[in-house]
Design a protein around this ligand. Structure first.
Ligand code: FAD
Ligand code: DHB
Length: 389
């Protein structure tokens, strides 16, 4: 079999790239290790930047987002019992959309089905070969049968644990990493959110985040220790702890209910450079991870795809490799700024086990400055709604 571009992974990066390329007449094959239902069952990101919304529109997969997504013009940060609002709309003229990653994945899968493009789910043992030659080969197994595909380019959209980044020789890739000494315990519940905007909480017992998926579905997170297990957190204990970390009004408006999903995610900053090896291009979590505090993971996957899709379309339409040659540097410039913002938000809002009295005073001074300075609020808002592509 032969296609122009093989895409490894059907997360947001792979699906969005597949859709943008298909609309430009470029033939793709997506290989996904998991089943379709498994991919759709993962509860992850929820805040979508306007740039990512624009890409979903270009992919023809934004109708439901516009109908059901919640437009948020600002967010709140709670500290020492007080809530402070950051007004994105007033400070930047832009807003974000709250719409689940699960729904985006769903919409992109439906759009892919509608154009008849092929995805192989449960593709096992995907391996990449001849990446520096003119005709890379991708092998995989499906239902025990071996397959081989030849292509012009491979897009490595297979997340942090995928095969693509690991296919680059170790001496040709450099990685940068910080692992944080805590995780996020997340709960999804069919109850109305406690506020109409997201509330980020810095509390001495640990960070908390009150988010949502709709007017009747809430998403809550608590900073937890890395060694903890979800079984140690029955719903009652979760809401009790969340209540202790919230301001009085937030605690009063919290609607507890039986959780429909509960999971723990570790927090990590990670970047692999460069994002290209021969005719393999990395995009999304396969090349970089951010701690979730800035809501940047999915949005960075989208901006990588914006650059990569434009470069591939230029390659096929104009027979120019200029865009592909510039891809890694262009994507990484934006990635590092989102890494900085995510690290800064994480540092500003969490309790670090090793932090000294001085560190805690610095955190309080940073928040105090943020709440009193329009310049500081503008900087936060500009990064939160997303830097330009
Ligand atoms: P992924 O969504 O990881 O997709 C990669 C796909 O590749 C997967 O479907 C995987 O099954 C497939 N794959 C992997 N290996 C192979 C292989 N060898 N062969 C074939 N296919 C393969 N971001 C936020 O902004 N807010 C959040 O609250 C948030 N929560 C998160 C919680 C968790 C547990 C995780 C892991 C991430 C979270 N993120 C969050 C980050 C965000 O979800 C990711 O940044 C986003 O999913 C990146 O999209 P992607 O397409 O690059 O990678
Ligand atoms: C959500 C996750 C985030 O990491 C974040 O910063 C905001 C919202 C969410 O899952 O809703």
């Amino acid at each position: 079999m032969r296609v122009q571009v093989v895409i490894v992974g059907s997360g947001p990066a792979g699906l969005l790239l597949g859709q943008l390329l298909a609309r430009a007449g470029i033939e793709t094959l997506i290989l996904e290790r998991q089943s379709r239902d498994y991919v759709l069952g993962r509860i992850r990101a929820g805040v979508i930047e306007p740039g990512a919304v624009g890409l979903l529109e270009a992919a023809g997969a934004a109708d439901r987002l516009h109908r059901e997504g919640l437009v948020h013009e600002g967010t709140e940060i709670a500290f020492q019992g007080q809530r402070h609002r950051i007004d994105f709309k007033a400070l930047t003229g832009k807003v974000v959309t709250v719409y689940g990653q699960t729904e985006i994945t769903h919409d992109l899968m439906d759009a892919r089905d509608a154009i008849g493009a092929k995805t192989v789910y449960e593709a096992a043992d995907v391996s990449l070969h001849d990446l520096t030659g003119d005709a890379p080969i991708v092998r995989y197994r499906k239902d025990g049968v071996a397959h081989e595909v030849s292509c012009d380019y491979v897009a490595g959209c297979d997340g942090f644990h995928g095969v693509s980044r690991r296919s680059i020789p170790k001496d040709l890739i450099r990685t940068y990493e910080r692992v944080y000494p805590f995780g996020w315990l997340g709960v999804l519940v069919d109850q109305p959110p406690l506020s109409h905007e997201l509330v980020y909480v810095n509390h001495e017992r640990g960070f908390a985040l009150c988010s949502m998926r709709s007017a009747t579905r809430s998403r809550y997170y608590l900073q937890c220790r890395l060694e903890e297990h979800v079984e140690e957190w029955p719903d009652d204990r979760f809401y009790q702890e969340l209540t202790r970390r919230l301001d009085a009004e937030g605690a009063r408006n919290l609607h507890p209910g039986p959780s429909i999903e509960k999971s723990i995610a570790p927090l990590r900053s990670f970047v692999a450079e460069p994002m290209r090896h021969g005719n393999l291009f990395l995009a999304g979590d396969s090349a970089h991870i951010v701690p979730p505090t800035g809501a940047k993971g999915l949005n960075l996957a989208a901006s990588d795809v914006a650059y990569l899709s434009a470069a591939l379309i230029e390659r096929y339409r104009e027979n120019s490799a200029e865009g592909l040659d510039g891809y890694a540097a262009k994507a990484l410039a934006r990635v590092w700024k989102a890494e900085r913002f995510s690290w800064q938000m994480t540092t500003m809002l969490h309790q670090f086990p090793e932090s000294s009295g001085f560190d805690r005073k610095m955190q309080a001074a940073e928040l105090d400055y943020l709440f009193s300075s329009k310049a500081a609020q503008t900087a936060l808002a500009e990064n939160y709604v997303g830097l330009p592509y």
